[in-house]
Design a protein around this ligand. Structure first.
Ligand code: 13P
Length: 250
């Protein structure tokens, strides 16, 4: 059975002391968590090791927000999948629209990052989603299909099964303009059907597909109650421990 997951993408926010404070608050608030949702937080690279120490023996798991597209060597400023794995992190967010847009990450690059992540026993949280103009011109389904075909649909089933997918419509990210539950459900069902066609029914049924984009305590319950929405990838609201807990408990 597929898992409900709530993952917090902190993006480029918090210094290490601020991040440690936030994690301690979260650990405190979630100390009696008995729910079945998987909980993941993705702080900046500089925090991974310290955060990993703070979440040992808790229900919180650790993700990085990116990784290099090369294994190792002369790539100044990059952080490899092996380095991330050595911090204790278990997940890596890949394909986020901010990385596609501001850092020109192509399908080819993202596939390479996904493969390196998997080779290092890390699970990718792979993001897809259309821009506003693509939705307005009815290209949202075609866009997401292309994003999958260029990247993770090139993986063998045994690798693809290790992914978590996140549908994040770009127009909903950081805008306060959340997708309606119907819009989210429609896209998640569409993505799941693509997985049926590419792999098989069982693979599609077991895949967690998270929704991301202005997901907040006041809209999470309705979004998460949609049949094909298996939790959320949370930006802004993951920076407030109370809000993140409220979303987890949605
Ligand atoms: P917001 O929740 O701030 O809209 O960000 C969503 C997101 O991009 C998560 O990866």
């Amino acid at each position: 059975m597929r898992k409900m997951i709530v993952a917090g993408n902190w993006k480029m926010n918090t210094t290490l002391p601020e991040g440690e404070k936030l994690v301690k608050e979260l650990v405190d608030l979630l100390s009696d968590y008995k729910g079945e949702k998987g909980i993941i937080i993705a702080p900046p690279f500089t925090h991974l090791n310290a955060v990993n120490n703070l979440i040992t023996n808790t229900s919180i798991h650790l993700a990085a927000q990116n990784c290099a597209s090369e294994e190792s060597g002369a790539y100044t400023g990059e952080v490899s999948a092996a380095m991330i794995a050595a911090t204790g992190a278990k997940y890596v967010i890949l394909g986020h629209s901010e990385r596609r847009e501001y850092f020109n990450e192509s399908g080819e690059t993202l596939l390479r990052k996904t493969q390196l992540t998997l080779q290092n026993q890390l699970n990718p949280i792979f993001c897809i989603g259309e821009q506003l103009t693509q939705r307005e011109s009815e290209q949202h389904e075609a866009t997401v299909k292309k994003q999958l075909e260029e990247t993770v649909f090139k993986l063998p089933k045994s690798d693809f099964e290790k992914l978590i997918l996140a549908y994040e419509p770009v127009w909903a990210i950081g805008t306060g303009k959340v997708a309606s539950p119907e819009q989210a459900q429609e896209m998640h069902a569409f993505i799941r059907q693509l997985i049926v066609e590419k792999y098989d029914e069982k693979t599609a049924e077991n895949m967690s597909i998270l929704y991301g984009g202005s997901c907040k305590p006041n809209n999470a319950t309705e979004l998460f109650s949609q049949q094909d929405v298996d939790g959320g990838l949370i930006g802004g609201a993951s920076l407030k421990a109370e809000d993140f807990r409220a979303i987890i408990n949605s």
